[in-house]
Unconditional design. Structure first.
Length: 95
């Protein structure tokens, strides 16, 4: 589970350094002020963490692309575990 959450974090541009989560850019690292217990990231338990990832997945889609269909299906039934799993598969395919 934690390895999948790390994959999501990297997809979203996050890094974990010394127990603190950071957004990174080409020039520098900017602390988010979120302390984490290495490598705990609650994507699998929190809609607040997972929904920005879903939005990012949808932003990367081409209009003809059907690769997020499973994410859409899981969202319709409000299944957090299903959306988490579908996001992982999308990221693996996208990368």
């Amino acid at each position: 589970m934690m390895e999948n959450n790390k994959l999501i974090a990297e997809f979203m541009g996050l890094s974990i350094k010394e127990g603190v989560s950071y957004y990174t850019d080409a020039d520098d690292m900017f602390p988010m002020g979120i302390e984490v217990e290495e490598p705990y990231l609650p994507y699998h338990t929190s809609w607040d963490w997972l929904m920005p990832v879903v939005e990012s997945c949808f932003e990367r889609l081409d209009a003809r692309d059907n690769s997020a269909d499973e994410i859409k299906r899981q969202l319709l039934v409000c299944n957090l575990k299903g959306v988490h799993t579908a996001v992982i598969e999308f990221i693996k395919t996208y990368n």
